[in-house]
Design a protein. Structure first.
Length: 262
């Protein structure tokens, strides 16, 4: 499981305040804490707290890179913000994200190629969020097809089925999980899969439990990566153990510690 830590996001009060005050220590502590907890990469999102995201994303990237060389996922719906962040990224970046719309793909796929970045493709379009598995597969196929035509390496592409909150879209949960499995047969090589995990429990009372169960079920369907809170130890332990049961990790009595130290 490739874990992308979600906590450097301006929507969180401490991060939003740090961006406004240019408090590097808060950002760097958040980065280090997530990595120690098992994050393989860090999501960087200015959020609504930023009045100048094109400048602020560079400050965030540079602040984080002072304390880690882990990959950074530049998270914005605005291509200009992502391009700004890519200019100061030292190691491989992840673009989070493009939609299936041609207009977005025509900007972000060449940008990912130019910077040798990985790319997250959302199965969403101007028509909105897909309502069933067939719609998700169609949008995923469109993204994969475009990337293939542009000679973007499919092993650097992550497809996101768009996880919906269970309290408002319970009937879609099975389709979302099955989509993760079915994305693997779209092409050869197959794209990787990723979810924004916290969406599934948005607005629910038992958020940690819902996140944990959905994640383990998604791992069983072949999920490769997740954007999540790595400080939720039970959540990360569940993901590690799910992969162990699927024979993706080697068992030892201290397998949880061994995974985090790898």
């Amino acid at each position: 499981m490739f874990i992308i830590g979600e906590l450097i996001n301006g929507m969180y009060q401490n991060i939003g305040s740090a961006i406004k005050e240019k408090n590097k220590e808060v950002i760097q502590k958040c980065a280090i804490d997530q990595i120690k907890a098992g994050a393989d990469a860090l999501d960087i999102n200015c959020g609504t707290a930023s009045k100048d995201p094109i400048s602020d994303i560079q400050w965030l990237v540079e602040s984080v890179q002072e304390v880690t060389d882990k990959p950074l996922a530049l998270d914005s719906s605005k291509p200009g913000v992502i391009e700004s962040g890519l200019k100061v990224v030292k190691n491989q970046a992840i673009i989070n994200s493009t939609t299936a719309d041609t207009q977005k793909l025509e900007i972000l796929v060449p940008l990912a190629k130019k910077h040798k970045a990985r790319l997250i493709g959302l199965t969403i379009s101007t028509k909105g969020i897909p309502q069933n598995k067939d719609q998700r597969l169609e949008l995923a196929a469109n993204i994969v097809s475009f990337c293939s035509e542009q000679e973007f390496p499919l092993d650097s592409l992550f497809i996101d089925p768009i996880v919906m909150p269970v309290n408002v879209a319970q009937a879609q949960m099975r389709d979302i999980l099955e989509s993760i499995h079915d994305f693997k047969i779209i092409s050869d090589p197959a794209p990787k899969t990723v979810v924004g995990l916290s969406n599934v429990s948005q607005g629910a009372c038992t958020r940690n439990l819902i996140n944990r169960i959905f994640l383990t079920m998604a791992v069983a369907e072949g999920l490769d990566a997740a954007i999540l809170d790595p400080l939720d130890k039970e959540l990360v332990d569940a993901a590690i153990t799910a992969e162990l049961i699927l024979n993706k990790q080697i068992y030892c009595d201290s397998y949880l510690d061994a995974y985090r130290k790898k």
